[in-house]
Design a protein around this ligand. Structure first.
Ligand SMILES: Cc1cc2nc3c(=O)[nH]c(=O)nc-3n(C[C@H](O)[C@H](O)[C@H](O)COP(=O)(O)O)c2cc1C
Length: 211
């Protein structure tokens, strides 16, 4: 059984090693967007990644396009320098264990995609990339969105945690006093960036008690 804490510290050690040899900026990131409610989470993550510092790839599931059309009136905006990929393209660089991303984020993540990743389906390049990231012991972050949850979904979450994935549910926090939807969304995106190992100040942090 893999140990999630050990895997996270491996990832942190990789970043540290890269930092001391001056290569911290070269993090290869795959942002996968699926058809769960919360397309804005994906947009805000893309808005807060710098393609001049990082190699950023994006892939959307077929249903993601439908939800983006419902939830983002202007459509999804890819910052310049981000590379989009077709779901059917197994030629994408991250489809092979010889060239995996350092970190993959599925945001938002449907229960369907979560289940397919948990059971190793690998039917398209999004699922294959997740499979590769897990087998190569890179960082896989899922941002699931569903409520309520059934037992199958909870068991899939358990399986993914045991396989080394990180789950950051799309549950915004309210203690920061967010005034807008974007600020609420950013309370989740900030945690995703933290777990990607990328410094950020997009959401206020819980202050230490002052006595
Ligand atoms: C507007 C809209 C919102 C949806 N929200 C969710 C959701 O929050 N969570 C979820 O698991 N599925 C949600 N679905 C259903 C998924 O899109 C559907 O199960 C689809 O097959 C998932 O495919 P994918 O995992 O390849 O994106 C939603 C669908 C639509 C049209």
């Amino acid at each position: 059984m893999r140990n999630e804490i050990a895997d996270s510290s491996c990832f942190a050690r990789d970043l540290f090693a890269a930092a001391i040899c001056g290569k911290l900026c070269a993090v290869k990131i795959l942002v996968a967007i699926t058809g769960a409610s919360g397309a804005l989470y994906a947009q805000r993550l893309l808005d807060n990644l710098n393609p001049r510092e990082h190699e950023i790839h994006v892939v959307l599931s077929n249903y993601a396009q439908q939800v983006v059309a419902e939830e983002l009136p202007g459509g999804l905006k890819f910052p310049e320098g981000v590379t989009p990929h077709s779901l059917k393209s197994m030629n994408a660089p991250f489809a092979s264990g010889s060239n995996p991303p350092d970190v993959m984020v599925v945001i938002p993540c449907t229960m369907g995609t979560m289940g397919r990743i948990a059971h190793g389906y690998s039917e398209d390049v999004l699922q294959r990339a997740a499979d590769v990231v897990l087998k190569e012991k890179k960082k896989l972050i899922l941002v699931p969105r569903e409520t309520p949850l059934n037992l199958i979904q909870v068991k899939n979450m358990e399986l993914l945690l045991l396989a080394g994935a990180t789950l950051i549910p799309a549950n915004p926090s309210f203690y920061s006093g967010a005034k807008t939807i974007v600020e609420l969304v950013d309370t989740v995106v900030a945690r995703v960036l933290d777990h990607m190992g990328l410094p950020n100040k997009i959401a206020p942090r819980w202050a230490e008690e002052k006595e």
